[in-house]
Write a new protein. Structure first.
Length: 739
């Protein structure tokens, strides 16, 4: 069956009503009314002219009028008529007169257009030309270049805009108000830092408004102007970029507010910029993680006014009126907003969080009461001794708004799918607690006391499938490679116990800590045929050798980081003598050093007596904008070590290119030299272990890497250089690089 509109005739008949609708007189009148509305909007920018157009005499005008122009001083009348489309050949209707006024207004050549009606009727247009400028003298700039301010002050239309305006004027109907841009050679302009004399485009107020918008758009909302324009055309402009008379923080405890004012580093007499305030807010949030900018109120007010006074000699004086009332910069003040990262956009979004009382900066902040941070990587946990062990670890922080004592609550739980719980009805509490191998549990509470530089003091109880190999490879890489190829680069045991923790952080660089640990250690045999994608029947390692028993020990810690780390970022629920309590971000440069000593003694509880020292230091030096050199030196030395505290080298992160823990002993030494460029890198590893009081011959390896995602993800290939060297390298893709 054919459609009713399938033939050309039917389609034509269907389209005709629409064409007639748009071609109707009503549609034409709608377009004309739209044009007149636009023209009136342009004319209304001049309040005096708009008032005249609203008067009874002009509003009731019905007959066409002739037009007469007067008041011109330097501009020829014929040139003015040519600029707006030509001298009218016949009297103008009211709509055509409004369009003419709008075109004259859009030229930017006139500071005033006075309108009157004479008998005839005749429309008299008295035009007042904008002042001329032949020289500009700028003073007071320290944050801006004179050339940039001069370009804004003497801004004029481009040659392309002028040419387009001429085409639009020629094509426009008499009732249309196309913009009539003047030739560039009529206007005062900046050329190679010099001033070419001419009319000041859009007048003195327009030029000064352009400068003010530029200064405030660049982040200087307190900028003020003062100066004069002489009858001879010399423009004297004094710019005050805006100096603070004081800073006040509102919304916080008085003592904390004083500390934050000091941290802002915005002093009386400083030139204020929003860029410096943004950096200051970053410092505040870095030191006080519970402080947030308060954007709950809009706090809007008008910006300082620019006052211009005419002088008897024909010149003018101008100045920015001092702002007495509260003023908050509006988003419209921004002339150019640079692209920002997501974090920056979140910081600046919403209502404004700062304002001014006169020249006094008012910063509105609020305290956050609580926050939770989850380690979702535990959802992917997979080990050779548990199979999949999904779980979650989280820390809830409850903040004191007076910054005295903050409470942290740690909790973690994992479900070990391939480890049923053992039946244990006898033995110590730790032995019975540790027998529930189906689940891993950690509970703890810590306090942070900023006034004492205490990053954490607290207690913890745990029953964990744990490892001493966290320093070798990140958790995400270990879990993925365990599930993928049954190579976790970690060995695990059962550790059940409790700990008391004290960590201090001095000068944001030096971390000192002490920890008492009381743990029951038990071996964990790898269950058969743990699910993996590859090598399911080839579990080369996974179960750590363990001397079973209860251990009481003290861990003393000293860490140094040349890049400052705020107090609130120090500490962790995961406690291990081989790993740092400070966060590590890719791209960090400088020196970082971890030094721990663990002392176990029967007097501390348990059955073990040993001492183990671990030192692990990095030096990272930027060699050029896209490259760095890293030197790592790690040493571990012990006396009377149980099996679970023995050292082992080989595997990723610990002598790359060799098999996992191919060399074991009671002491080890490892050094790495690594050269990284923008994406590519090379490295050289050397290491040795002490076995039965003798050090083995040093083992070396060489490798290359390709990194991306800001260096946090890396592909590495390594070749061992001993007698078992082979052509094909060991290869890994690491998603969280320890180095």
């Amino acid at each position: 069956m054919r459609s009713a509109f399938s033939t050309p005739r039917a389609r034509f008949l269907a389209v005709c009503p629409a064409l007639l609708l748009f071609a109707s007189p009503a549609a034409a009148r709608g377009k004309a009314r739209e044009e007149q509305t636009g023209c009136m909007r342009i004319v209304s920018r001049d309040e005096a002219l708009a008032a005249t157009l609203r008067s009874d005499a002009f509003r009731d005008l019905r007959d066409p009028v002739a037009v007469r122009v007067s008041g011109l001083q330097s501009l020829p009348e014929d040139d003015v008529w040519q600029l707006v489309g030509g001298r009218p050949a016949a009297p103008l209707s009211r709509d055509e007169a409004v369009a003419l006024l709008a075109r004259l207004q859009s030229t930017g050549l006139f500071s005033g257009i006075a309108l009157s009606l004479d008998d005839g009727p005749t429309l008299n247009l008295e035009l007042t030309e904008n002042l001329r400028v032949r020289a500009v003298r700028l003073r007071g700039l320290s944050e801006f270049r004179s050339e940039d301010v001069l370009d804004r002050l003497l801004e004029i239309p481009s040659s392309w805009e002028v040419e387009r305006s001429r085409r639009d004027i020629r094509a426009a109907e008499p009732t249309e108000c196309a913009a009539a841009l003047p030739p560039r050679d009529l206007l005062a302009r900046a050329e190679n830092g010099d001033v070419s004399p001419g009319i000041l485009w859009k007048g003195l107020r327009g030029a000064l408004d352009r400068v003010v918008r530029y200064l405030r758009g660049r982040g200087y909302p307190l900028a003020r102007l003062e100066g004069s324009l002489s009858p001879s055309g010399i423009l004297q402009l004094d710019i005050d970029e805006g100096r603070l008379s004081g800073v006040e923080v509102r919304g916080l405890d008085a003592g904390l507010a004083r500390d934050i004012v000091a941290e802002l580093h915005l002093d009386r007499g400083d030139i204020f910029s929003t860029g410096e305030l943004s950096s200051a807010l970053e410092r505040v949030e870095r030191r006080w993680p519970f402080i947030r900018a308060d954007r709950r109120g809009r706090r809007r007010a008008s910006a300082p006014d620019l006052r211009i006074d005419a002088l008897p000699d024909g010149g003018a004086e101008f100045r920015s009126d001092p702002q007495q009332k509260s003023y908050v910069p509006d988003e419209d003040d921004d002339e150019e907003v640079p692209p920002r990262r997501r974090k920056d956009r979140e910081r600046w979004s919403g209502g404004s969080w700062y304002g001014f009382e006169g020249d006094k900066l008012i910063v509105y902040l609020r305290p956050e009461r609580k926050r939770s941070d989850a380690q979702w990587v535990e959802l992917l946990r997979h080990t050779p001794v548990t199979g999949f062990a999904p779980g979650v670890a989280a820390t809830a922080t409850f903040y004191d708004p007076k910054d005295r004592v903050h409470l942290m609550v740690d909790a973690a739980v994992n479900l070990n799918t391939r480890r049923p719980s053992r039946t244990q009805t006898t033995g110590t509490f730790l032995q019975r607690f540790g027998a529930h191998e189906l689940t891993d549990v950690l509970l703890g509470t810590r306090l942070r006391i900023p006034a004492l530089d205490v990053a954490e003091v607290g207690v913890q109880i745990h029953a964990l499938t744990d490892t001493n190999d966290r320093w070798r490879i990140s958790a995400i890489d270990s879990y993925l490679y365990s599930a993928l190829i049954n190579r976790a680069d970690r060995e695990y045991y059962r550790r059940t116990g409790y700990a008391a923790i004290l960590t201090t952080h001095l000068l944001e660089m030096l971390t000192l800590g002490a920890e008492y640990r009381r743990d029951q250690y038990d071996p964990l045999a790898a269950p058969p045929r743990v699910w993996t994608i590859f090598n399911k029947d080839d579990p080369r390692y996974g179960s750590a050798p363990v001397d079973r028993g209860e251990m009481g020990s003290v861990v003393l810690r000293a860490e140094y980081r040349s890049e400052k780390v705020p107090l609130h970022r120090v500490g962790s629920m995961w406690r291990n003598p081989e790993t740092s309590l400070l966060p590590l971000q890719p791209g960090m440069v400088g020196v970082r050093s971890l030094n721990t000593v663990e002392i176990a003694d029967r007097s501390l509880g348990g059955i073990f007596d040993f001492t183990k020292l671990v030192t692990d230091s990095f030096v990272v030096v930027d060699t050029d904008p896209s490259g760095s050199v890293t030197l790592r030196v790690r040493g571990a030395f012990g006396r009377g070590l149980p099996l679970q505290k023995q050292e082992g080298l080989g595997g990723w992160g610990a002598l790359r290119g060799y098999d996992f823990k191919e060399f074991r002993g009671d002491a080890s030494f490892l050094a790495t030299l690594q050269r990284d460029w923008n994406h590519f890198g090379v490295f050289f590893d050397v290491g040795s272990v002490r076995q039965r009081s003798d050090w083995i011959d040093p083992k070396t390896s060489l490798g290359a890497s390709f990194s991306f995602a800001d260096g946090s993800t890396r592909m590495e290939a390594a070749w061992r250089l001993d007698g078992r060297a082979r052509l094909l390298p060991d290869f890994r893709i690491l998603f969280a690089v320890p180095l």
